[in-house]
Design a protein around this ligand. Structure first.
Ligand code: URA
Length: 209
């Protein structure tokens, strides 16, 4: 069973409060999502392996540690996932970025891929799949399946806010993928919105609607 990690750092929680607030306008919303993404990236990368290297300081030779292991790939799910990419790149500037676009078929209600563009070496990368709102979990689970079908081996899922329903679905379909969230909310309403949530993340990021 995958683990669910609630990133409860005070700075993350403080900023999420203002992200939720309906009186927060597009500019500030975007800036806050960017900042929270950076803080979440700091927490998510805690388990990155390190290796020793030898360097010379101006005073002496010493061994010191650098990040080892696999390189990182960021995979935002279009469109709202885009809002968290730059914040993560602040800390992992060399990460490659792939994109997955999905829409829901109005008849079957199943997610359908309409755009997938990935780094060629995803099998060798630690992937962070990004979707601010884990609602039903359908899009995230389908995006992870799409990545696995193309060779991805190691993934984490990063969301701002999750509904219990979405967590359950991703855990059932992808027990190997750990989930990182800033908050777990109460439930999904009849319109598919997370309650209390923050509304439509894509609309609030891009100023649409
Ligand atoms: N997507 C959103 O943007 N918000 C929700 O509450 C649920 C899905």
């Amino acid at each position: 069973m995958s683990r669910v990690n609630v990133l409860d750092h005070p700075l993350i929680q403080h900023k999420v409060t203002f992200i939720r607030d309906k009186n927060t306008g597009t500019k500030e919303f975007r800036e806050l999502v960017d900042e929270v993404a950076t803080l979440m990236a700091y927490e998510i990368t805690r388990d990155m392996p390190l290796e020793e290297t030898t360097i010379e300081t101006p005073v002496a030779t010493c061994t010191s540690r650098v990040i080892a292991g696999k390189k990182v790939g960021l995979i935002p799910i279009l469109r709202a996932g885009l809002g968290m990419v730059d914040g993560i790149l602040q800390l992992i500037p060399a990460a490659k970025v792939g994109h997955v676009g999905l829409y829901r078929d109005p008849e079957t209600l199943q997610p359908v891929e309409y755009y997938v563009k990935l780094p060629s070496d995803i099998a060798e990368r630690e992937l962070i799949v990004i979707d601010p709102m884990l609602a039903t979990g359908g899009s995230a689970a389908a995006a992870i399946t799409a990545l696995k079908n193309r060779g991805a081996k190691s993934m984490k899922l990063m969301c701002l806010i999750a509904a219990p329903e979405g967590i359950k679905l991703v855990q059932e379909e992808h027990p190997d993928v750990d989930i990182y969230v800033a908050a777990i909310d109460e439930y999904l309403n009849d319109h598919g919105y997370i309650v209390p949530g923050l509304g439509d993340a894509g609309d609030r990021l891009f100023g649409t609607k």
